[in-house]
Ligand binder design. Structure first.
Ligand SMILES: [Zn+2]
Length: 404
């Protein structure tokens, strides 16, 4: 593959490897250039410096016309591959019903479970592709995707197959996660049998087809003890750990994620100062989901998480009920306006933060050796990416060095 030299870059935004404790987790180089070879960044920085790299003359030159360049966005928490919509749930929510009462009435996760059971694998993939296309158009180049609408071993395997089929037709990379969502089963088996099925069947059978294991720890979902048991077993199968915690109340979930050495603890709407410190001390990413907060009117305090020393990632939680959002720039904007982050911290959270929340070391920045996944902003000022949520000013998205 030939090399490409990108010039005409007004601002090249470089997230720091670690968010640090300051409010300034990025560096910005003006009048920059970027040299890419075989899909990987070879050099990035001031134009004259990049032009002095050996063999640069052999590269094809592409002028970006004075636009800002930022790393491609990494959505570290989604349920984007699913069947059906939950319009009834939306109507109930608009009438003031709660997450719990909607679930009790047969909506929520159980409705998505029925939709998944009734659709074919091909139909699930077909319904998911437009959502992933919309994510890509907003600059998202890596997407974690959870199962969890199967519940039974057979339907969880179907959900994995639907993610695999979807992944073949999208422009970005999909990274699958097995999600133990709720300990009930459409076939009515007992709670202990559901946990046993995850332990004896789902994890050992499907671990090789996914990268991560996630468990929803909450009243009405799995207990901390159940999560501990399943996470330990998933780790022994080589899976990275991620947890849904402290969404509806402080259940000590952040401390649980810290004790398990998870990659990230996600949600955190009700995490205590003790939980935040546990995440900071262990380097577990704090991942907030502002789309879900927007729908449920329950915001995490990301400023407090940062002040406790946490690194904060931001993900869409794209799902058919509590967060229909696909646009990480909107999530970043909400993280800033509603949760207390600066725009620089928000950009860190959807780039390097997303990568760290997935344990990925090859993306999220534009430094030599990392993947050339990038967003060309249709503006000289990179912060403009947050200024038009749902239709962010994306001039071009490049994955592995190639325009898509
Ligand atoms: Zn979720």
């Amino acid at each position: 593959m030939s090399a490409t030299l990108y010039v005409g870059i007004s601002e090249l935004v470089q997230p720091h490897a670690d968010a640090g404790s300051s409010r300034d987790p990025l560096s910005v180089t003006r009048d920059a250039a970027l040299l890419v070879r075989n899909g990987v960044v070879v050099a990035a920085g001031p134009r004259e410096l990049v032009r002095s790299v050996p063999d640069v003359a052999a590269a094809e030159q592409v002028d970006l016309g004075g636009r800002a360049v930022i790393p491609g966005f990494i959505d570290s928490h989604t349920h984007v591959v699913h069947a059906g919509e939950r319009v009834d749930d939306l109507a109930r929510r608009a009438r003031g019903e709660t997450y719990a009462s909607i679930a009790k009435a047969g909506g929520g996760i159980r409705r998505s479970v029925r939709h998944l059971a009734e659709a074919t694998i091909e139909e699930i993939a077909q319904q998911s592709l437009p959502r992933l296309d919309a994510m890509f158009a907003c600059g998202t180049t890596t997407v974690e995707v959870k199962t969890g609408y199967g519940l039974t071993p057979e339907l969880e395997e179907k959900h994995v197959a639907a993610i695999e089929l979807t992944a073949k037709s999208v422009k970005q990379q999909l990274l699958p996660t097995l999600l133990a969502h709720v300990p009930v089963s459409p076939t009515g088996i007992e709670r202990e049998d559901v946990v046993r099925a995850w332990h004896d069947t789902v994890i050992p059978k499907l671990a090789k087809r996914v990268r991560y294991f996630d468990v929803f720890v909450e009243d009405g979902a799995f207990t901390a003890d159940e999560a501990r048991k399943l996470c330990g077993y998933a780790r022994s199968h080589g899976l990275g750990l991620k947890l849904h915690v402290d969404q509806l109340r402080d259940g000590g979930g952040a401390a649980l994620a810290a004790s398990l050495g998870a990659l990230s603890a996600d949600h955190l709407e009700h995490t205590s100062a003790v939980g935040a410190r546990a995440l900071a001390d262990t380097g577990v990413l704090a991942c907030i989901l502002p789309g879900c907060s927007l729908m449920l009117r329950d915001w995490p305090n990301a400023r407090a998480l940062r002040e406790a020393g946490c690194e904060v990632a931001i993900a869409s939680d794209c799902n058919p009920g509590s967060s229909p959002l696909v646009d990480l720039t909107l999530c970043g904007l909400l993280a800033a306006t509603q949760c207390g982050l600066t725009l620089d911290e928000a950009l860190w959270g959807i780039t390097r933060g997303g990568a760290k929340a997935l344990g990925l070391h090859d993306r999220g920045r534009l430094v030599p050796g990392e993947r050339a996944d990038l967003v060309v902003v249709d503006h000289t000022d990179f912060r403009a990416i947050f200024a038009r949520p749902n239709r962010p000013p994306v001039h071009r998205v490049i994955v592995g060095g190639l325009p898509k």
